[in-house]
Ligand binder design. Structure first.
Ligand SMILES: [Zn+2]
Length: 421
């Protein structure tokens, strides 16, 4: 059902616009107190203070939102939501002191997920992926990037991307599908990474391009996975099919992924735990967004987090995402990741909010269309029962979402608001 043509949402305690035209040193989020938003169809038509509502909007149907704060719909720019089974049993094994290598030697870890993804039916993957992404929405997410990468053969990668696309049809949020055949080297190519890269480029990419089911192409550029030359080959081959490049790099070691990512023109370089001052400078001087994933560092209990503070101070554009995946971050709670970014990466609350809105939109190349509450952009809005935006990360671990708009349409069934309201 199409949303009513013209509506006025008014009386918000705060509209957190994140609109660069409204931000200043004193008001880094472009906050409007006692704010109002006019919607026209799927689009934001006007934003401003309640006392300045234009005459043309004063007679249209309106709702009052006193006691609430509205943000741009959150954007989770890095997830791995399509996989068979889960790895719940490994949580206790890890707490008992088993290492990743112990678990992998016993048949667990990513190899288990690859096995279970390969044997899962398309319908099973669709249902599980739909459930995972619906949970993202419950935390205020209206756009999500979703990677394949647990199939690692032609049929299983096509099946994974088909599952992402079908889940996107079943949910109102926007899903950006990313091909990540370069996630790991599958068992049949162990010891022969160049053979797998040849297979990926020669067989997988043409099949995926033929079906038009991915928009981006990602690779895990790390010691023991894909080296810089292999990663570059994978990304440049994808670009030949119109797939925008992005990269996982510097999670475990610095093998030189950052300068390559900047040179190739990656939309985003993600993880970045082991980034040198030179790498920080290179990212700051590039158009590549630096995406930090504090939930993964938290869950793996690694001794260091990505240098978000230094990246921001150097002038890099920093996004923050969940890295939702079955092994190292089984949580879609983007609000919790923002808290971790503040507590463990010295981000300030306004920086964490920018990192899941406008900066995350930039990490997906969608900043012209979303990521801020700005006239002309899509009406993707996340409303919270909060007296001020300061409450969002302070009163943490609790979900205050009260209503979600996607392209001007109220999404029912995810929020505290009764489904019949
Ligand atoms: Zn990832």
């Amino acid at each position: 059902m199409a949303p009513p043509e013209k509506r006025l949402l008014k009386g918000f305690n705060e509209v957190v616009t994140v609109d660069p035209a409204l931000t200043s040193d004193d008001n880094p989020l472009g906050l409007i107190k006692n704010g109002a938003i006019a919607l026209e169809g799927t689009t934001i038509a006007w934003v401003g203070p309640g006392h300045a509502i234009p005459a043309a909007w004063q007679g249209v149907p309106s709702e009052d939102f006193s006691g609430q704060v509205v943000f741009p719909g959150f954007i989770d720019s890095h997830t791995h939501p399509v996989f068979g089974g889960d790895r719940a049993d490994e949580f206790e094994q890890r707490l008992q002191g088993k290492t990743y290598l112990d678990i992998a030697a016993a048949g667990g870890g990513i190899a288990k997920t690859v096995r279970e993804t390969r044997v899962a039916s398309l319908e099973t993957l669709v249902e599980q992926t739909t459930t995972h992404l619906a949970t993202s929405m419950a935390f205020g997410v209206t756009t999500v990037e979703a990677k394949s990468g647990y199939g690692l053969d032609v049929d299983s990668e096509l099946k994974s991307l088909a599952a992402i696309n079908e889940a996107a049809q079943r949910l109102p949020l926007t899903v950006i599908p990313t091909f990540m055949g370069g996630h790991d080297i599958p068992p049949e190519f162990k010891g022969n990474p160049n053979g797998y890269v040849d297979h990926l480029i020669g067989d997988m990419l043409p099949a995926i391009a033929d079906q038009g089911i991915a928009r981006h192409n990602d690779v895990f550029c790390e010691a023991g996975y894909f080296d810089v030359a292999q990663s570059r080959r994978i990304l440049e081959a994808g670009m030949g099919y119109g797939l925008k490049p992005r990269i996982h790099t510097n999670e475990f070691e610095d093998i030189g992924g950052i300068p390559m990512a900047c040179e190739v023109g990656c939309l985003s370089a993600d993880h970045l735990l082991n980034t040198s001052p030179e790498g920080i400078r290179q990212l700051a001087a590039s158009h590549t967004v630096a995406t930090v994933l504090p939930g993964t560092a938290f869950y793996l209990k690694v001794p260091r987090y990505a240098p978000a503070r230094a990246l921001i101070d150097a002038g890099a554009t920093v996004a923050l995402a969940t890295d939702f995946n079955p092994g190292s971050c089984m949580s879609q709670n983007l609000q919790l990741m923002m808290v971790l970014g503040c507590l463990h990466m010295a981000m300030l609350p306004h920086e964490a909010i920018q990192a899941v809105t406008l900066n995350a939109a930039k990490a997906l190349g969608l900043e012209d269309d979303r990521g801020s509450v700005t006239a002309g952009k899509r009406a993707d809005l996340a409303l919270f029962n909060l007296t001020s935006h300061h409450q969002l990360l302070y009163h943490y671990g609790v979900n205050h979402l009260s209503r979600l708009y996607v392209a001007g349409q109220v999404v029912r069934g995810f929020c505290t608001e009764p489904a019949t309201a």
